[in-house]
Design a protein around this ligand. Structure first.
Ligand code: 5CA
Length: 161
């Protein structure tokens, strides 16, 4: 573990602290770019990784964020029913533009602009999960209920089952 955080991770630490989250951002020497890499670097289950998946509403191009358990695939049909419009998966450029962060480091909140956010209810099986903290090497621990409040999200069954 590095002694001091990179500026992006340090800024994210300040952000979550300002939002009342007590968990500390951890910057790891190994990549945390994907849910599997993050779980390996942290030493937790992949299911305990809160991954950020960005979609957009096809007709309006409005971005939508889904925070899903690392082992789950987001069911776009379920999401379409909740949102009421067809969705497309965002590409790397769209993700950066909508959130201000690059894929692999997209955090659950604190984006350029607030995004409508949905939380995978499976994350509530764990007492704490790990989410990206702005870079592909930084994560932070958070209770699912805290995550729900941090993201002003609603929890749904959104996985392909
Ligand atoms: N830092 C880790 C775990 S905390 C992380 O951000 N993982 S992640 O799973 O949340 O972010 C990767 C997600 O980005 C993938 O689940 C996938 O939905 C998305 N993604 C990865 N590559 C692409 C791509 N080329 N285009 C669109 N989305 C992508």
């Amino acid at each position: 573990m590095k002694q001091s955080l990179s500026s992006t991770a340090a800024n994210y630490q300040d952000y979550i602290k300002s939002r009342g989250i007590e968990g500390k951002v951890v910057e790891l020497p190994d990549s945390t770019r994907t849910a599997a890499e993050a779980a390996f670097a942290i030493g937790c289950e992949i299911a305990e990784i809160a991954k950020s998946v960005v979609f957009y509403v096809k007709d309006t191009h409005r971005p939508v964020l889904v925070i899903a358990s690392g082992i789950n695939r987001v069911d776009e049909k379920k999401l379409k029913k909740i949102i009421g419009g067809k969705l497309k998966r965002a590409d790397a450029d769209f993700v950066r533009e909508a959130t201000g962060f690059a894929i692999g480091g997209v955090p659950p909140a604190g984006h350029i602009e607030p995004l409508q956010t949905f939380l995978d209810e499976d994350l509530f099986q764990y007492s704490r999960v790990w989410a990206a903290a702005g870079t592909p090497h930084a994560v932070f621990p958070v209770k699912p209920q805290e995550l729900l409040e941090l993201c002003t999200a609603e929890a749904f069954d959104i996985k392909v089952s």
